[in-house]
Design a protein around this ligand. Structure first.
Ligand code: MLT
Length: 323
């Protein structure tokens, strides 16, 4: 009896061993869920949709975007960390969810390095200082003077503690020595709607969300926080040109899978992402929105792992005292 049971156990183990590589080999055989940790229409959502639409063609399966909001993206990221690691649940994380959240949330239920397999970087996203159209300051110098003089009255929209918009404006506000009232939203998609409607004063947001509104003249852009101007917004000065060189900020968005996802699946997903980033239509759309397309050397899982490590190291001393 014992020997039959152990034989059955051995057979089952052998079958499982055979099944695992086979399922990775055939992957994907059904649709994939891409969790986006912020509201639809915001920068993470937009970048995810542009890239995954092409990836779905390569993979021969649909990729369904699921927007899971809350707690600056950490609710969704916790869910992704706990998902089955079979390649069918992925997440688009970013500088906030996979770096800044570490010092800001002492009880964070995941660790970006220990609980995820990096797949590929999607895009760099420069940060801009934006304001409602009728905000009085005309340029960045006036903005600085105005928010300092009205520090008790002004408010700044963001996408929750630890989001890119929150962390970027924390940096800006600490440089300016002000503490405006923060107005949280479930993403900078809805935060941008509030800015356009004149319900909030200013915001530090990723370029992808800002370009359509700046071009439509519905908001003000004071400066872009990168060393060079962005080709999609040639008339927006850099923070250095506009008189605030200390404020430099660029975020990033990237795809991750839960820890333990098979290396074959990671390789398949990485290849599909890289192919999407090389596609002319995908590149055109990302560039129109001001994204920085990662160079070939930055598109590997290893490069993303290095980026996450360095970003946690960079943001931890900056954000820890404020937490
Ligand atoms: C979003 O997609 O809403 C943003 O990435 C939010 C943010 O981190 O500021």
């Amino acid at each position: 009896m014992t020997s039959i049971r152990s034989l059955a156990g051995a057979c089952l183990a052998a079958l499982c061993a055979l099944a695992a590589p086979a399922s990775a080999q055939n992957y994907p055989t059904r649709s994939i869920t891409m969790i986006v940790p912020f509201a639809a229409g915001g920068p993470t959502d937009v970048i995810s949709r542009i890239v995954t639409a092409h990836m779905a063609q390569t993979l021969g399966q649909s990729i369904i975007i699921e927007n899971v909001v809350g707690a600056g993206g950490t609710t969704a990221t916790t869910r992704a960390a706990r998902a089955v690691n079979d390649g069918y649940t992925l997440i688009t994380g970013h500088m906030g969810t996979h770096a800044a959240s570490v010092p800001l949330y002492p009880k964070l239920a995941y660790h970006p390095e220990k609980d995820f397999e990096p797949i590929a970087l999607l895009a760099g996203t420069p940060i801009l200082i934006l304001a409602r159209k009728d905000f009085p300051p005309k340029d960045l110098k006036e903005f600085v003077a105005y928010v300092k003089a009205n520090a008790e009255k002004v408010n700044a929209a963001h996408a929750g503690v630890g989001s890119v918009s929150h962390v970027s404006c924390e940096l800006l506000n600490s440089i300016l020595g002000i503490k405006p009232v923060g107005v949280p939203f479930n993403g900078t998609g809805p935060a941008m709607n509030a800015l356009v409607a004149g319900q909030v004063d200013y915001m530090c947001d990723q370029i992808v969300n800002a370009v359509p509104q700046i071009n439509a003249g519905t908001i003000k852009a004071y400066a872009i926080a990168t060393p060079e101007r962005n080709p999609s917004l040639p008339n927006v000065p850099t923070t250095t040109e506009a008189g605030l060189p200390a404020f430099q900020a660029q975020a990033w968005n990237a795809i991750f899978a839960p820890k333990g996802t098979s290396p074959a699946i990671i390789a398949t997903l990485n290849a599909a992402t890289v192919k999407a980033l090389d596609d002319e239509a995908v590149r055109k759309r990302l560039l129109e929105l001001g994204s920085v397309i990662p160079p070939v050397s930055a598109r590997t899982p290893e490069a993303l792992a290095t980026l996450v490590k360095s970003e946690i190291a960079k943001w931890t001393p900056v954000l820890k005292p404020a937490s």
